[in-house]
Ligand binder design. Structure first.
Ligand SMILES: Cc1cc2nc3c(=O)[nH]c(=O)nc-3n(C[C@H](O)[C@H](O)[C@H](O)COP(=O)(O)O)c2cc1C
Ligand code: SF4
Length: 454
């Protein structure tokens, strides 16, 4: 019998019983006050310890600027009351977009971002009190192997051949890996985007290094030759060069964050943070070295993630009840997957010391997520509790947690993976069951179009 089970808990004690039966390292507490504590991030302070994790909607306008759906999403997030708003993946170069509607900030469209930020900040204050000023971080990305800048199909820019991922990502056996010269051009592009983000009113940028996009895959490029492959120093070189370029260009008071994979669940020599003989065995040595490197170079905020959402183990990134089409249900209880994510954050926060780390993996716990989050904060196992899919489904959850002391079960994300399915079908995404007015119809349309392509 599979160890996987769907969420089926009515009470905290029921959930606690299952956690104990599985011996999963998850603590729950009833006192939710740690979630309301202000958190210092560099020279800024957030009004509480709840974060909206980056959640891309694949729904910007073709020039990368915010569409009506983007405006709606961030107004809902900001109104919801989280102290930290981590904006979604925003491409630093057109060829690095993951889809033709991925967000992209340019000199030309900067006024639209500035206007949107002004409106979302106003909405945050209007709904949560005049002194509620969330910290806004923009995630900068290059999609690398998963670049698909036009509808016509994938245009992978990959650091090394990978026998497992090549065929799945449109890389042919004779295609050349990205050149060192191209990689060397990127720090300036990240720096440009950071300067624009600052002008638009963001408090900082994240150098996205997770989920096997370009910087994340580089961390694992053991077989790549040249300056950016092989040794740990080479595999982290581009990330550090970008970090320094961004700091020099945007100034010391502009926050630099990094959301990075600590564990790829991918075999050596193609995965990061994995034991050489067993891809399911976490090897902490290099991830901890990476944390030290990031902190020494001025990173003010970290968020750890794991796994590859494009591969067959998405539970490593986001524990779920139902997987998307063609993805097997794992032989692992979602609580075990949640505990794995919590354990990574605990470790990273310990290494990062005063630098705050945003934890994730909470959404599967539904209305009991605040109990786990408060316990992790109280234990010093993270400084922020981050909500990903929950923010799509239930953007007002932070306010309900902080003001009412509870989340409403009927508004919670049910981890059905339909938002992921829309992404896989190359559509504009959001929550299908909880925001059905917009996304139920879109889901159906994209599914039908995908069926015709299959
Ligand atoms: C539809 C969708 C879009 C996402 N977009 C991003 C993104 O732009 N950047 C990122 O770092 N993670 C992204 N993620 C991952 C989430 O931020 C988060 O790590 C993951 O969903 C686990 O957190 P949760 O259990 O709270 O959902 C996305 C996830 C989903 C399902
Ligand atoms: S579609 Fe909605 S309920 Fe389903 S996983 Fe996504 S956010 Fe959660």
């Amino acid at each position: 019998m599979s160890a996987h089970e769907k969420f089926n808990f009515q009470t905290l004690s029921g959930l606690r019983g299952k956690i104990e039966a599985l011996a999963a390292d998850i603590r729950l507490q009833e006192d939710l006050s740690p979630l309301g504590a202000r958190v210092r991030v560099g020279g800024k302070e957030t009004p509480n310890a709840i974060a909206v994790l980056p959640m891309e909607g694949c729904d910007s306008l073709p020039d990368g600027s915010p569409s009506e759906l983007v405006e709606r999403r961030y107004t809902r997030f900001a109104s919801g009351g989280a102290g930290l708003l981590w904006w979604e993946a925003c491409a630093v170069v057109p060829e690095g977009r993951a889809n033709e509607l991925q967000m992209m900030l340019t000199r030309e469209n900067l006024p639209k971002f500035a206007a949107l930020l002004a409106r979302t900040n106003a909405a945050a204050a209007e709904q949560n009190g005049a002194d509620h000023h969330p910290v806004n971080i923009l995630q900068l990305t290059h999609s690398g192997r998963y670049s698909r800048p036009a509808e016509s199909g994938p245009r992978p820019i990959f650091p090394q051949h990978d026998p497992i991922l090549d065929a799945r990502s449109g890389v042919g056996p004779d295609d050349p890996p990205v050149s060192d010269a191209y990689l060397e051009s990127l720090p300036e592009r990240y720096a440009n985007s950071a300067v624009l983000a600052r002008e638009a009113g963001f408090d900082g940028v994240d150098l996205k290094c997770c989920h096997r996009y370009l910087l994340s895959e580089l961390l694992a490029s053991h077989t790549r030759e040249g300056r950016y492959g092989g040794s740990f120093e080479n595999r982290t070189r581009l990330l550090v060069e970008i970090l320094r370029a961004v700091r020099d260009a945007a100034g010391p008071d502009f926050l630099i964050a990094c959301r990075f994979n600590v564990f790829d669940a991918h075999p050596y020599p193609y995965g990061f943070g994995c034991d050489r003989d067993d891809l399911w065995q976490f090897d902490q040595k290099e991830p901890l070295r990476l944390v030290r490197l990031l902190c020494e170079n001025g990173a003010a905020l970290l968020s750890n993630s794991a796994g590859n959402p494009y591969y067959i183990y998405p539970q490593v990134t986001r524990p779920f009840d139902v997987s998307s089409t063609g993805i097997p249900t794992p032989d692992e209880h979602p609580l075990t997957s949640v505990a794995r994510l919590f354990s990574f954050t605990r470790l990273i926060q310990k290494e990062a010391g005063p630098v705050p780390v945003v934890g994730n993996g909470y959404t599967w716990l539904r209305q009991f997520a605040p109990n786990a989050g408060a316990a992790n904060l109280a234990d010093g196992a993270c400084r922020f509790v981050g909500f990903g899919r929950s923010s799509f489904a239930y953007p007002g959850a932070p306010r309900d947690i902080l003001q009412k002391g509870r989340m409403s079960p009927e508004k919670c994300c049910i981890t059905c993976s339909k938002c992921t399915q829309i992404m896989r079908d190359h559509g504009r995404t959001g929550c299908v069951p909880r925001d059905g007015e917009i996304y139920a119809k879109l889901y159906q349309t994209y599914r039908e179009a995908a069926a015709l392509r299959e």
